[in-house]
Design a protein around this ligand. Structure first.
Ligand SMILES: [Fe+2]
Length: 256
């Protein structure tokens, strides 16, 4: 059973699917990738999209009914991809945040693409003080983390969990992102693969391909650990975290 903890299949509410028809096609591709359970994680509070908890729950229930009617064997559950903002703690306290699991253990947190705001560490600490584990979305595509990988190492050391997008790992976002995704996994700085599927054919699943690649590069035990961790997160259980290692950036010496 492959669990996908991050996808944008709900139609017409963010930059993901733009129609039920597209959502059904994506759901079929998810199933073809071996995925049987998927979290619906529309963007929330990212400056462009607001998708309140109650709306996501209702839309996910509707989508499940439609999937069942179409005989597509995918189970979907409501969640959110939450942007880090100064309002996040209030939103958690106001019960407007959806987690990856029913026990409200794992929160999917997104940074801006090109930044990790200076208040992030402090805010993540405050979130974790509430007994919540932060899951960092796609660190391999964050240009600030690419330039300063120790930011990610420090967050993982502090107890955060990270997701790598399967498409990043198989090269869909270019060589640089692919190499950095490999570095992240090589240094035990990520714990699950997710699709972060938005649309077809550009932002699909690639989960099966990523699993094959990670098995060939890092072995079957590592691949299975990633798969089991996704199941543990959706069940609100502890995951297996291998000892994180810092990514040491290669130094370039100029020739004299
Ligand atoms: Fe996403």
């Amino acid at each position: 059973m492959i669990v996908d903890l991050h996808s944008h299949l709900l139609p017409n509410i963010d930059d993901g699917s733009h129609s039920y028809r597209a959502s059904f096609q994506m759901a079929k591709e998810a199933v073809d990738n071996g995925i049987s359970v998927a979290l619906m994680t529309p963007h929330h509070m990212n400056g462009q999209y607001v998708n309140h908890k109650s709306d996501v729950i209702r839309l996910t229930e509707e989508f499940q009914s439609q999937l069942d009617a179409e005989n597509i064997p995918l189970q979907v559950f409501p969640s959110q991809e939450v942007r880090i903002t100064g309002d996040l703690l209030q939103a958690i306290d106001a019960d407007d945040i959806l987690f990856a699991d029913e026990s409200n253990q794992y929160l999917l947190l997104e940074f801006p693409d090109d930044d990790v705001p200076t208040y992030s560490k402090d805010m993540i600490f405050k979130i974790m003080q509430r007994g919540i584990t932060v899951q960092i979305a796609h660190p391999e595509r964050n240009t600030k983390i690419m330039a300063t990988p120790s930011i990610l190492f420090d967050l993982i050391e502090a107890g955060a969990v990270a997701q790598v997008t399967a498409g990043s790992y198989v090269g869909n976002f270019g060589k640089k992102v692919e190499r950095f995704a490999e570095e992240i996994l090589n240094h035990n700085l990520a714990h699950v693969f997710v699709s972060d599927a938005h649309d077809l054919p550009n932002r699909g699943f690639e989960m099966a391909e990523a699993m094959v690649k990670v098995e060939s590069q890092l072995g079957r035990d590592y691949q299975q650990l990633l798969e089991r961790n996704a199941e543990a997160i959706i069940d609100g259980n502890n995951i297996t975290m291998l000892k994180p290692e810092p990514i040491v950036k290669r130094k370039f010496f100029s020739k004299f």
